[in-house]
Ligand binder design. Sequence first.
Ligand code: ADA
Length: 558
Amino acid sequence: MSSITYPKRKVECLNGVWDFSFSESHDWNDENLSLITYDDRLPVPSAFDAMPGYNGKRGVGFYRHAIEIPAGSKSRINFNAAGMYAKVFIDGKKVGEQYAAYTPFTVAVPVSDKTERELVVMCGNRFDYDIYPLHEIFFDFYAYGGIFRDVELQVLPEGSLIEWVGVDTVDYRTGDILVKIRGLNNGDNFTVAIDNQKPQEFTASESPTEIPLKITDFTPWSPATPELHTVTIDNGVDAQTVRFGIRQVKAEKGQILLNGKPVKLLGYCRHEAHPQYGPALPYAQLIADLQILRDIGCNFIRGSHYQQDPRFLDLCDELGFLVFEESMGWGQQVRHFTDPKFIDAQLAQTATMIQTSYNHPSVIMRGFLNEGESDNEESRKCYEALINLVRKKDPTRLVTYASFKHLKDLFLDQVDVICFNTYPAWYTDRNIENPLDEIVPCVHNFIDGLETLELGDKPFILSEIGAGAIYGWRDPICSHWSEEYQTEYLKITCNEVVNNNKIAGVALWQFCDCRTYRGAGALGRPRAFNNKGTLDEYRRPKMAYNTVKEIFKGYNEK
Ligand code: ADA
């Protein structure tokens, strides 16, 4: 089931085949839709530029769909993601827009006495910093356009709505939880029901309303026991059921503790990507990816480099994976971190991410700004704003970001977990004959350096490390790009991770190959793919698969 349901709203999934039109030249500011000719049909969800008719094209895609809403009813449409940016129109009138590709958004449908309504979503995929400062041409993952994730129509009841429900574990040993509710007004009567038990009655006295409760019969959520519960809030008019798990995550003495016990995080960075679908992955693919990760012996996924599909997080909750969730960012610099437009967009997408994934027990840590210029004093304001935002919005998760400035990073003292992205033995001096010898000393140098900086008490994670291999490229001299080299590389890395108790975890770069830059940007990316996957883009295992599996499984069986 979906982890959020609305028992008193009429909910309709709008996924299906919609009318479609594409224009390479349409001006993004031109909101007159009357001249658009819908000469094609496309699935929703889809990335239109991953579809055969529009592969690689940049411009504006128009998706159109007829919807039925009872006359005079209030309603809204939830989009789980649309890229790179989108405007939504009902009956030709703009009702909302979104400038954050992987971030959900909602539009209110203007009430009408007509039942038949026309929904048009305009999706732009041209790079333009002024329109969309969050995504740049230099990012090492392909920027698609389209309606990437599920679309849902909700016909709303008349009266006040339960807008949001969040559940905090207060004590994983006793089952004490805190239920937070947004949308209730002072004096409103409402009920709270845990799982399928009898509802208890309450009266709201503040906003957000906070209700302490105790679950009596439970096993704390963990990868081995992914037990889930539900809470239903009902104010007589509207109701919302959310799913949660009882668990606590803490950083202590260099370790990550899940329900009081140290856990070593073993896993991969994963893009939501497939050559045929771009980021609009079919449900079966999400499940297949998790089956593969489980087969390798992983308990950990870094959702690189943007908010993941809520269906994927639902599955992580159900199957027992631990997730490092991050908002979109890739290698941004001081010029971004000093631009109020960028900062505002960054804070907004991160705040939405936190609100959306609040009840997923799988999400144990949150980050942002992958590989930003975090060794520069001028970046401080932006980093601190994000760190404070994440802590304030959700004090129950760990705060981090993936740094490639390593020991020169200026903000490590402010995070709960130190995450370094590093590529010893890959991006290295061409005069080194045995680059693989660099891996272990590089990792030890970080650990020693963190001790010297008096940061040794914070858990340390290798949030990226890896080597490229072209699927099927075997080479007796074990050169760069060969499956042999990647296998050796990951063998050394994984052995170090499982045997070194100063390493709290690893997110190997990366789960599977994925499409990246086109043009000269791809010079270091054969096939225009990032080839550091342990599987290729069709999820065919490379030679390293069994090596990583043997090491992770060996560790898990200890
Ligand atoms: C970076 C980045 C990844 C990828 C990787 C690589 O660390 O965070 O997205 O680009 O490098 O393959 O070089």
